[in-house]
Design a protein around this ligand. Structure first.
Ligand SMILES: Nc1ncnc2c1ncn2[C@@H]1O[C@H](COP(=O)(O)OP(=O)(O)OP(=O)(O)O)[C@@H](O)[C@H]1O
Length: 775
């Protein structure tokens, strides 16, 4: 809808007024932050000048501690207000540049006046007129902008539903205080602005989408009731973006009770971590905690094993070999990620109550002092209806008594005598003083030397046994490794539905564990077994767990994280069509939903895809069997191009030519390879001809220019132009690689170029010839 010149002028006048107001507040606030900053510097510098330190006696020491505490409190209060005003200054600067992006006119039922609500990144209140010149995009009334169409409209507030009539929805694009575009829209947020935003170039960081959040996305952003929110969405449908907006919304909605460090995001790799890390700060919030599942595993298992990372596993799976070992490992990877294996593990854990629980010998000075068999007998002599956890607690107490007896039995041993001679001088002095305090070494005492020796023996024994008691407290006598291996005792396992290569899988698993290597597929099941037995190390502080790229999580990983964060709500985002991990589960996110009460879990599907131009989406969706459900956003662009060559040299030339052409138009170009192995080849081929950067697992930030990147690291991120290094049938020919191929092609925003050394991949067979150009 076009806007009259008069209206445009009026709106610009209002923008000028708001910008002026904001500028005034900004000046005041800046001088306040400057003052706070200099106060903080002064307090830090003179911290000890204002504290009276006197440690002469206990009373003085207490007073000194109180005075330090008081001074520290003053400092931390100042620091807090500085941080707060600083954040406000950052926000006001943004508002000064672009005060708002939307307006709705709303007349509440029963009210005379039509109110104009202007929405921006944060609210701005005019104290002179008692008016909100800008409403925060997260305020209850702002949802009208995202959800409602003109006419009867309503929005939810914590106190109930407000109904009324919405007579206008207007979008603004304001830069440096000047309105650049203005649109009136009806039901949805105008496509014009969205088209403009999506037409921009890729950024090294994910952008916030506040001004163009779509209705389906707003559903998940503002849902503050559901305990498990599962979002299945096509590539580029805005899952990650919506998740970031959702975090910002939750931090606003529950600002009294929720802080950013109570939100954790599991992301696929370190580079993705950096890619999304600027969204919340840009929205004026602190960042959430971020982790990859690998970090999480390493923290827990890294001391005992070399934990394989998921990309090592993928590299193995994507470089197939013609042998039984490979077939078995791949089948094992799938099985170990499945619900059947989770069931098998749960049954196994339950069976340990009756038999099979394994312990380790407790040895002292090379000699077994409490044999594992004795511990096992004691364990199974306990009431059978006691839980494993309770039984272990009882066993721990029993072991303490047993160790005490062993300790006593060593009192006369010669090694103790030797150790006494090696004790430090000050130990002798302490013992002597202690005895003196007990009025020993007086005329009427005659066993003083025996007493002294007794005490020294106790000290030596205490030192020597300390680590054993500690090991008992930490349940080191429980043989988790043995029990995990026992699960792969091919002859003992009597179940249906085992993989066809079961014997070989068992052999491989035990071999790796014996070599202290923890394959990625075993890491979570192993931890699950360990913590099911020893008790889960829970984190009750975290209130929201977000899992992005969740299609690559196995049921084990979900089950594990669920135990670790028992107080948390979940937001799980994924796309089953982008499953790239070797386990390739088809049941996807469904099992997770069944673990929650029906009314607490919700699944939302995003069909519309925003990242790529319409021609790219029409092409990529045909790579999928049920791709027609994916709706493209109407953004025109060039058809994808397939360039077929027959020699490596031609491939090299074609790639270089295309990369250079793209460089003239775009700032971020990716040459995507299937594996790291292929990426290294591509790098060797191109590195001396064009300026390229090779991205590998260690990289933690997104690079502009031309990058060569393996498929699995490109997941979740996007590029202006994507050049598929070799889309030939030699490289992508297995049905299991269809989703990977789709993931690779969907990274492109504006242009997609596929190169093929020889015939193109059979995975493209279903793609209609009109949907791409063939050169
Ligand atoms: N409402 C929106 N307004 C503006 N841009 C949007 C909107 N929704 C999505 N986008 C843009 O579309 C692109 C893809 O978004 P995002 O990465 O969040 O999608 P995704 O579903 O997580 O993708 P994938 O599954 O492929 O990783 C981003 O550039 C994002 O800025």
């Amino acid at each position: 809808m076009s806007i009259s010149h008069e209206d445009w002028k009026k709106e610009q006048k209002r923008v000028d007024h708001v910008v002026d107001e904001v500028a005034t507040s900004l000046r005041e606030l800046t001088s306040e932050t400057d003052k706070l900053k200099s106060d903080i510097v002064n307090i830090r510098k003179g911290f000890w000048d204002d504290v009276t330190v006197n440690l002469e006696d206990a009373d003085e020491a207490i007073e000194t501690a109180a005075s330090i505490r008081q001074q520290a409190q003053v400092l931390s209060e100042k620091e807090r207000s500085h941080q707060h005003t600083d954040q406000r200054v950052i926000l006001l600067r943004k508002l000064q540049n672009s005060p708002y992006f939307g307006r709705v006119d709303f007349q509440e039922a029963g009210e005379e006046e039509i109110e104009s609500i202007y929405l921006g990144l944060g609210s701005y209140y005019d104290e002179d007129t008692n008016d909100f010149l800008i409403y925060d995009w997260r305020a209850p009334i702002s949802s009208l902008y995202y959800d409602a169409s003109l006419g009867n409209a309503e929005f939810e507030t914590p106190n109930g539903t407000v109904t009324g009539n919405m007579s206008l929805k207007r979008q603004f694009l304001i830069k440096r205080g000047v309105i650049k575009s203005l649109f009136d829209t009806g039901l949805t947020i105008g496509d014009e602005l969205l088209k403009e935003v999506l037409g921009q170039q890729a950024d090294p960081n994910l952008k916030n989408i506040v001004s163009t959040i779509q209705k389906e996305q707003n559903q998940i952003i503002r849902d503050d009731k559901t305990h498990l929110l599962v979002v299945q969405g096509a590539a580029g449908s805005g899952k990650t973006s919506s998740a970031m907006q959702r975090m910002a919304y939750l931090l606003y909605r529950f600002r009294e009770s929720l802080s950013a460090d109570q939100i954790v995001l599991f992301s696929p790799n370190a580079m993705f971590n950096s890619y999304v890390s600027t969204v919340l700060p840009e929205l004026g919030e602190e960042n959430m905690q971020q982790s990859t599942f690998q970090n999480f595993l390493e923290r827990k298992l890294g001391k005992q094993f070399r934990v394989e990372d998921p990309f090592e596993q993928l590299e193995y799976a994507l470089n197939p070999q013609e042998n039984q070992d490979f077939a078995a490992r791949i089948e094992g990877i799938g099985f170990k990620a499945s619900l059947s294996f989770l069931q098998m593990m749960n049954d196994y854990i339950a069976s340990l109550k009756q038999s099979g629980f394994l312990f380790r010998d407790i040895s002292f000075r090379g000699e077994v002092v409490i044999p594992r068999k004795k511990i096992q007998d004691q364990f199974y002599a306990l009431e059978s209806d006691l839980s494993i956890e309770n039984r272990l607690e009882i066993i721990q107490k029993w072991l303490h008594q047993q160790l005490k007896e062993v300790e006593e039995s060593h009192r006369e041993k010669s090694w103790v005598e030797e150790q006494i001679d090696l004790l430090e001088e000050e130990v002798y002095t302490q013992v002597h003083q202690k005895l003196q305090k007990q009025k020993r070494f007086a005329d009427n005492t005659f066993d003083d030397l025996d007493r002294e020796r007794d005490m020294l023996v106790s000290i030596v024994l205490k030192r020597a046994f300390r680590s054993l008691y500690r090991a008992v407290n930490r349940l080191r006598f429980v043989n988790i490794k043995g029990m995990y291996k026992q699960l792969f005792d091919e002859k003992k396992v009597n179940r249906t539905g085992l993989p066809t290569h079961w014997e070989l899988i068992c052999k491989q698993t035990k071999q790796k564990i014996n070599q202290k290597i923890m394959p990625y597929e075993d890491a979570t099941p192993y931890l699950y077994l360990k913590e099911s037995i020893e008790g889960f190390e829970t984190n009750r502080y975290i209130r929201h767990v977000f899992i992005d790229e969740a299609q690559d999580f196995s049921p084990f990983q979900f089950a594990f994280v669920k135990h670790v964060f028992p107080k948390s709500k979940w937001t799980v985002l994924g796309d089953i069509n982008q499953t790239i991990h070797a386990h390739q589960l088809n049941d996807g996110l469904t099992p997770l939903i069944s673990w929650f009460e029906a009314d607490k879990a919700k699944k939302i599907i995003f069909h519309r895809s925003y990242r790529s131009t319409k021609p790219i989406i029409l092409f990529t969706r045909e790579l999928l069997p049920d791709g027609e459900q994916i709706e493209p956003f109407e953004r025109p662009g060039l058809l994808p191009v397939l360039t077929k060559v027959s020699k490596k040299k031609e491939l090299e030339e074609a790639l270089i030519k295309q990369a250079k052409q793209c460089q003239e138009k775009y700032s971020s170009i990716a040459i995507i390879c299937k594996t790291l192995k292929e990426s290294l080849e591509a790098y060797e081929l191109l590195k001396d001809k064009i300026d390229v950067t090779l991205v590998r697992t260690g990289n933690s930030s997104f690079k502009k220019g031309v990058v060569i990147i393996p498929s699995y690291l490109a997941k979740g991120i996007e590029f202006d132009a994507v050049l598929v290094f070799n889309a030939s049938d030699q490289v992508y020919n297995r049905e299991e690689e269809r989703r990977l191929f789709y993931t690779v092609c969907t990274r492109a925003m504006h242009e997609l170029h596929l190169f093929s050394l020889g015939a193109e991949s059979r995975l493209m067979k279903e793609v209609h010839a009109d949907l791409y150009l063939c050169e």
